[in-house]
Design a protein around this ligand. Structure first.
Ligand code: PAF
Length: 277
């Protein structure tokens, strides 16, 4: 495994790889969710590149960029165990030199949900992902279902800009009580950690209602909203029942749909989602 910090080194190493390259972009502080992406990339490609970069451009002014957890040595150990080949850990100066002025703005699918709550977030994500794609030139890139809208945005960008990269979306990895793994879970207090299971409970209820034949999206929103409101530590940012492909809110469920939530527990904002069959 090689750990490199500069674009020049990455480009030189990339030139030596001729077979399929799998790429896993991350912001580090790796958990089993990230490792599931790396494991999948390992089985489908002859080389695996992982990037670790906490991208300032995707954090809003009042968001947790400075407090975002970082633990590089532990990340390297975990990636070594998963047999990743190249770990790219660039600095801000490397990724955003002072004259940097090009941004990727994916429209429509970025307008709702995370895009509405976090203005500029997807512009930052799309720009850094495009830049990393240009550097790594992967055959396939791996993203978690937990960030469902991010996967939709990246797929849109890859299709619109003819990037020719296969985007593989890997199922959410959960703790034993259902909480989706996230680097941000570390910020939860013990009471917050207990309260955070309300997201999984609410999404499970949405799935059960869907399986029971409920087609009225507003009724599902109402029931899961009232379940979350019973948890005193939880504050709802949004509750969405949307078209799984376009992320447009539905009033009637007549196509593949996605239930998604953003909920604040104390000062920690958590997101999660589940498909509705
Ligand atoms: O999902 C993430 O960790 C980030 O948004 C990504 C894709 C690494 C871009 O910074």
């Amino acid at each position: 495994m090689q750990v490199i910090e500069t674009i020049a080194e990455l480009m030189a190493l990339r030139q030596q790889l001729s077979d399929a390259v799998g790429f896993v972009p991350t912001m580090g502080y790796l958990h089993q969710g990230h490792l599931a992406l790396v494991k999948r990339a390992r089985t489908e490609n002859s080389a695996v590149v992982v990037s670790i970069y906490v991208n300032p451009a995707q954090f809003g002014l009042r968001e947790d960029f400075a407090g975002y957890p970082r633990e590089l040595d532990r990340d390297f150990e975990l990636l070594q165990r998963e047999k990743a080949d190249i770990i790219f850990v660039p600095s801000d100066a490397e990724m955003y030199p002072p004259e940097f002025s090009s941004w990727i703005d994916v429209q429509k699918v970025t307008e709702r949900l995370e895009g509405a709550s976090r203005p500029g977030h997807f512009r930052g994500v799309a720009t850094i992902v495009a830049k990393l794609f240009n550097l790594v030139q992967p055959s396939r890139a791996y993203f978690g279902q937990k960030d469902a809208q991010q996967a939709v945005v990246v797929k849109r960008m890859v299709a619109d800009l003819d990037m020719g990269i296969e985007i593989v979306v890997v199922p959410t990895v959960r703790e034993s009580d259902g909480l989706a793994m996230s680097s941000r879970n570390v910020h939860l207090s013990p009471e917050g950690r207990r309260a955070a299971t309300v997201l999984f409970k609410a999404l499970t209820l949405a799935q059960q209602l869907g399986r029971g034949g409920e087609k009225d999206a507003e009724e599902i929103r109402r029931q899961i909203t009232s379940l979350i409101q019973k948890e005193p530590l939880a504050g709802i940012d949004y509750v969405s029942i949307a078209d799984a492909r376009t992320l447009e809110e539905l009033s009637f469920i007549d196509r593949p749909a996605l239930a998604s939530l953003a909920v604040t527990i104390g000062r920690t904002r958590l997101i999660d989602n589940m498909p509705l069959e």
